[in-house]
Write a protein that binds this ligand. Structure first.
Ligand SMILES: Nc1ncnc2c1ncn2[C@@H]1O[C@H](COP(=O)(O)OP(=O)(O)OP(=O)(O)O)[C@@H](O)[C@H]1O
Length: 242
C-alpha cells in the first residue's frame, strides 16, 4: 500500500509484450521520492520500455501502473501518469532554438518564484558548464553537450521523480562528473531517481535500491548495487579531482 505522504508510482502485475512476444513481467514495483534505484539489464532487456511505462508514455500489455501522493492535476488535465515522473531519454529531445531558449523554456515549466528561478537557471548553466554555449543552436550540440543541456533542464524543473536513461552514455569523464553532481543535488533536494547505465560512472554509488531485468523478469532488491561499481567510481573521482 502506498504511503499517502510520499509521491510514488506503483506497478502491479505488469507484463509487456511486443509483437506477441513477452519482453518482461513483474509482480510489484514501487518507485518513490525516497528511492534512488539503479536499473540494470542487458541491451534490449527492456530498461527504456519500463521507464516509458512508468512515465505514462506507453501502456502496459497487462497490469496496472498508478501514481499516488502527487498534487492534483489542473482540472483540464486527466489525472493519469503523464507528467508525474519525468523521463529523460538517452538521446534527449531538444527544442529548435538556442541553448538559452531551451533553458528558459524549462524554467517556465518549474513551479518556483521568479527570483528563485533566475538563480536556479544561473546555477544550472554553471553546473553543466553551458555558459560558452548559450547562444549556440541546440541542434548543433555534440551528443555529450545535448545530454548536459537536457540534464540542466531537468535540474531546473526539479521534478518529484526523475528517470534517467543512460544519462552519461555520450560523455567524457569530466562531463560525467558534472552530471553526477547535478544528480546528487537533486537527490539531496528530495527528487526520487531511477537510473539506468551500462557504465560504472559513479551513478551506482548514489543508489539505495537495485532493479535488475533478467530472464524476462524484473528482480527487485533493497540493497545498494554491488560495491565493485562504487570502487570504480571512487577511483575515477580521484583521478579527476586531481
Ligand atoms: N514500440 C516497440 N515496438 C516493438 N518493439 C519494441 C518497441 N519498443 C521497444 N521494442 C523492443 O523491445 C526490446 C527492449 O527495448 P528497450 O529499448 O526497452 O531495451 P533497453 O534495455 O533499454 O536496451 P538498451 O540497453 O540497448 O538501451 C527491444 O528488442 C526493442 O526492439
Amino acid at each position: 500500500m502506498a504511503n499517502s505522504n510520499i509521491a510514488c508510482i506503483i506497478a502491479e502485475h505488469v507484463t509487456m509484450h511486443f509483437d506477441g512476444k513477452m519482453l518482461f513481467s513483474v509482480q510489484h514495483l514501487s518507485f518513490s521520492q525516497a528511492d534512488v534505484i539503479y536499473l540494470q539489464g542487458d541491451n534490449g532487456s527492456g530498461k527504456s520500455t519500463l521507464m516509458k511505462l512508468l512515465a505514462g508514455l506507453s501502456i502496459a500489455s497487462e497490469g496496472s501502473i498508478t501514481a499516488h501522493g502527487f498534487e492534483k492535476s489542473h482540472w483540464w488535465r486527466k489525472d493519469g501518469l503523464v507528467g508525474k515522473a519525468l523521463y529523460l531519454h538517452q538521446h534527449p529531445y531538444l527544442f529548435d532554438g538556442s541553448v538559452k531558449y531551451n533553458l528558459t523554456f524549462a524554467a517556465k515549466q518549474a513551479s518556483k518564484n521568479k527570483q528563485l528561478l533566475t538563480k536556479r537557471v544561473e546555477q544550472a548553466i554553471e553546473m553543466a558548464q553551458l555558459g560558452h554555449l548559450l547562444d549556440n543552436s541546440a541542434s548543433n550540440l555534440s551528443g555529450g553537450e545535448r545530454q548536459r543541456l537536457a540534464m540542466a533542464r531537468a535540474w531546473i524543473i526539479q521534478p518529484t521523480l526523475l528517470m534517467l536513461d543512460e544519462p552519461t552514455s555520450n560523455m567524457d569523464k569530466p562531463s560525467q562528473l558534472l552530471v553526477l553532481d547535478m544528480i546528487k543535488q537533486l537527490k539531496e533536494e528530495g527528487t526520487g531517481l531511477l537510473l539506468s547505465s551500462h557504465q560504472a560512472c559513479g551513478l551506482t554509488s548514489l543508489c539505495n535500491k537495485h532493479w535488475f531485468i533478467t530472464n524476462k523478469q524484473i528482480k527487485v532488491s533493497d540493497d545498494a548495487p554491488h560495491n565493485s561499481d562504487q570502487t570504480l567510481l571512487t577511483t575515477m573521482e580521484l583521478n579527476y579531482a586531481n
